[in-house]
Design a protein around this ligand. Structure first.
Ligand code: SF4
Length: 74
């Protein structure tokens, strides 16, 4: 489970975030390219979802992250 107490400072404010456990596997960026971007060695949320399609993609990213680094309670 992701932990908002250790979320990366690059995340924009809002529900979704990536925490420091990210291992830069790129899966979230592939699944939700409108919302996640890679930076030097990690992913972060650069835009919160604004419609149902983006919300669904972000939820898919939460589920597929291999290290549970994505949260939706931020
Ligand atoms: S899916 Fe998880 S581990 Fe992979 S880049 Fe995204 S946040 Fe990082």
């Amino acid at each position: 489970m992701a932990d908002k107490k250790i979320k990366l400072s690059d995340n924009v404010p809002g529900s979704y975030y990536v925490d420091v456990k990210c291992i830069a596997c790129h899966l979230c960026v592939q699944i939700a390219p409108n919302n996640f971007k890679m930076k030097n060695g990690y992913a972060y949320v650069y835009k919160q979802p604004e419609n149902e399609e983006e919300r669904n993609s972000c939820e898919d990213a939460v589920m597929i992250c291999p290290v549970e680094a994505i949260g939706n309670d931020g």
